[in-house]
Design a protein around this ligand. Sequence first.
Ligand code: KG4
Ligand code: ZN
Length: 337
Amino acid sequence: TERPLVLGIETSCDETGVGLVRGGTLIADALASSVDEHARYGGVVPEIAARAHLEAMVPTIERALDRAGLRHRDVDAVAVTAGPGLAGALLVGVAAAKAYALALGVPLHGVHHLAAHVAVDTLEHGPLPRPSVALLVSGGHSSLLLVPDLATEPVVPLGATVDDAAGEAYDKVARLLGMPFPGGPPIDAAARDGRADIAFPRAKAGDGTFDFSFSGLKTAVARWVEARHRSGEPVPVADVAASFQEAVADVLTAKAVAACRSQGVDTLVIGGGVAANSRLRALAALRCEAAGIQLRVPRPGLCTDNGAMVAALGSLRVEAGVAPSPWDLPATSTLPL
Ligand code: KG4
Ligand code: ZN
């Protein structure tokens, strides 16, 4: 008998994602993005995102099913991001998931967006050792988490940013360097031709906590660039990008390794949009190797928001026999872990 087919829906920010997972295997994934509509505002505009989800939702479900050669009636359970995220954006996904599950007569599982960013790794690297430590770095979050059992137990926060998220810092620094939104990919690309020789600050490094702070780094980059403008010298964009990127990767990986050590854990999984960053991936590989820690990072396309991650966590829950969510499941923009 075939294992249950779980359809996952993600709408917490600007990506409408639909994924299909059966027994830990990714069957198909479809994504629609409103990112271009937000670009000229320099950040995601919540109402634009919500309206875009409303328009893209059903076509994206159909596209995922088409790619898999499956039909609506093949779906055995529906999983959806219930939070955290933009309230209006989440409402569209949760309402759609309820209607779809109700119409099909299948159970609904509301899942936590950050736990889903961790769960997606299981699609590529198999079951996650228990416990593991997760470093989650996205546009909205930068957290270190202790992950006991993804399906049945809540993840335990070890630390988080006290101000900006890592991705937010990328987006702000990109803006002041005149690069498009979202800023991660263009900074990553520019840094390849640069030297990381500008000493930007590593806030909270070595302070014994698992917290981060990135707003001072962003300000330091802004001051450095302004000083260059004032002196009339050209801004070495590639060097600034490389130096900023090095500062972010340095604190993130140092604290992630320290968190593994403090918990006696030998597996680190990195997720979230910033996990797509080439320098973060390379430095994490170096430092984990040196520390005897097994590093797991999903391929870049699965690091940024998508439906597969939601289906992955839904699949783990369904297979573990976790009770479905109630039909009055709320969308919670500040959903705690
Ligand atoms: O996980 P995600 O897609 O959405 C949120 O849940 O926030 O993360 C988006 C963030 C953006 O800030 C974007 O600039 C950043 O991930 N990002 C990157 C890269 N690709 C995306 N940051 C650094 N390097 C990248 N290659
Ligand atoms: Zn995310």
